[in-house]
Design a protein. Structure first.
Length: 448
């Protein structure tokens, strides 16, 4: 497995729920719905259990340090932390009865609605402080909300962009955007690829992280922005037909398909770092490696605009309260502590992700005004939520629905077949029909 692929899988901190855990959710099936589950308030004292996914060592250490400092900062509440291997994490929650889940648990953003639907998560609004809620970024709150209630808040978020090699762009005399306001159109992006091809030894100047595969969560996270930027949606009012398969989305997918001829398959994971390609379509998590390789030649650009403005995915691992908790007050007190500036800064220093709190984001050396990754902060400052995808908003939340495992499976499958040469109209129509059939079979996955 290539180093990039390994890094991609390890940085669950990116919020890219891996295909396997999400597929595991599909087995939850019907049986959800009903009235919302809620945790008991309890005394606000005693021992509480916390589950989290085991990730890269630096992230694990940041979390373990937060727990240690919380336990030593007061004597009313004791937190017992259990780390579960990342690849097994979502399956473990899915397989565990709600009554046996911990007081506080981490979950990957797109899995939240399924856990709420299956009564495994409780609303946190009554237990976290108003200060904590007010300091959460709007994008983070959008990912964690259903029906006006919040079920999760994150320490960090995520985002997509195009990394450029300034030296190679200049050599090909390609003018590139420097902010959201001057993003390339899809046609301008195609023209840039043509110009770069003439100066590229094998005529393949673009990396799309093809080595990670497209028929998985990378396919959805990485390329749903093409759908949104074309004015379409994965789901609209609970339906994919008429949203995912519109003529504008079909046209955008044809354009994406046409770029394959310019794509380096990146089997070694080093196409951009080694200078084989001038452009890499990926997320914030590659910044440390790319910055180390390119130094001052590294530039960060928005994804191209297919007509409805440039778009990016967002969302990542979040924290919530188990529905079976008998001590919501203590759980909320720990979440308040976990989401303070010191802990959020320690975690985002460990994983390089954009902080999901306003104060930590404003102070971050990478993401603050003038920082090298400011573009990601600018994108997250213009959240769309998951339904109102206008031209002016940028960061789109993946559909907040218990049926998300079906949505991502069918869309990424369609994307992969289109990239492989299939007719976009046929592939998108088939995906939309399969999604709608599943939603119909499950009464729309309604959470009452």
């Amino acid at each position: 497995m290539s180093s990039t692929h390994r890094r991609y899988r390890r940085t669950a901190g990116t919020g890219l729920a891996l295909a396997l855990p999400l597929a595991a959710l599909a087995a939850c099936g019907p049986g959800g719905g009903g009235s919302n589950a809620s945790a008991e308030a309890g005394t606000g004292k005693g021992t509480i259990s916390v589950w989290a996914h085991q990730s890269q060592k630096s992230e694990d250490t940041a979390l373990q340090n937060a727990v240690k400092s919380f336990n030593s900062s007061q004597d009313k509440i004791k937190v017992e932390l259990k780390l579960i291997p990342g690849n097994d994490y979502t399956k473990t929650i899915t397989a565990t009865d709600a009554a046996k889940l911990p007081d506080v648990m981490e979950f990957d953003g797109p899995t939240m609605a399924n856990f709420v639907y299956n009564k495994k998560l409780a609303a946190i609004d009554d237990y976290v402080s108003a200060k904590t809620m007010a300091n959460a970024t709007d994008a983070s709150k959008a990912q964690g909300a259903i029906g006006g209630k919040h079920y999760g808040l994150g320490m960090y978020d995520s985002g997509l962009g195009i990394y450029g090699n300034k030296k190679l762009l200049d050599a090909a005399k390609v003018k590139y955007p420097t902010s959201l306001s001057d993003a390339w159109t899809a046609q301008e992006f195609t023209a840039a690829l043509k110009a770069l091809k003439t100066k590229d030894s094998d005529g393949k100047p673009l990396d799309l992280q093809e080595n990670n595969g497209l028929a998985n969560e990378w396919g959805t996270y990485g390329f749903a922005p093409v759908v949104w930027s074309a004015g379409g949606s994965l789901l609209k009012d609970g339906k994919a037909e008429g949203a995912l398969d519109t003529p504008a989305v079909v046209s955008a997918m044809k354009t994406l398909q046409s770029w394959k001829t310019y794509v380096d398959p990146n089997t070694d994971g080093n196409a951009f770092a080694k200078g084989r390609v001038a452009l890499s379509w990926v997320g914030h998590w590659m910044y440390p490696a790319y910055s180390k390789s390119l130094g001052s030649d590294l530039v960060v650009l928005p994804l191209p605009d297919f007509g409805n403005g440039p778009k990016t995915g967002q969302g990542s691992w979040s924290w919530g309260i188990g529905s079976g908790s008998k001590n919501g007050k203590a759980a909320g007190a720990f979440l308040d502590y976990l989401l303070d500036d010191a802990n959020v800064t320690a975690m985002t220093t460990a994983n390089g992700a954009p902080p999901a709190t306003k104060s930590a984001l404003a102070a971050s050396p990478l993401y603050k005004e003038g920082g090298p990754l400011r573009l990601y902060a600018d994108q997250l400052a213009k959240p769309c939520g998951d339904s109102d995808i206008t031209k002016s908003c940028v960061a789109v939340t993946r559909p907040v629905t218990a049926g998300y495992p079906t949505v991502t499976a069918k869309f990424s499958e369609a994307l992969n077949s289109i990239y492989g040469g299939a007719d976009p109209k046929t592939a998108l129509k088939k995906a939309a029909h399969a999604i709608d059939q599943d939603f119909s079979d499950n009464a729309g996955y309604k959470i009452q």
